[in-house]
Design a protein around this ligand. Sequence first.
Ligand code: FES
Length: 100
Amino acid sequence: MMWKNICKASELDQDQGVSVTVEGKEIGVFLVDEKPYAIADICPHAYARLSQGFVDGDTVECPLHEAVFEIKTGKCTKGPGSDVTIYPIQIVDGQVQIQL
Ligand code: FES
């Protein structure tokens, strides 16, 4: 599988997700403890972007009905909602790369 460039590492923020679309998939990219993580951006409960949610350490809260997800694992720790897909992600030479 190929790594795809999605954004620059300097665009990532500990306090806010970044939304990217790769091959038609909407991905939320987060920075936790200076490491990047990628999860499906669309909340499985209804339609809201988790990248626009409230980041608290290693969790993100959906902006619509406050479901909570672990950014590192995609696990839903507070409903409504269910676990979200996570994707392999890395930073190489200041470039964030993802595998779908
Ligand atoms: S849309 Fe995310 S909790 Fe409802």
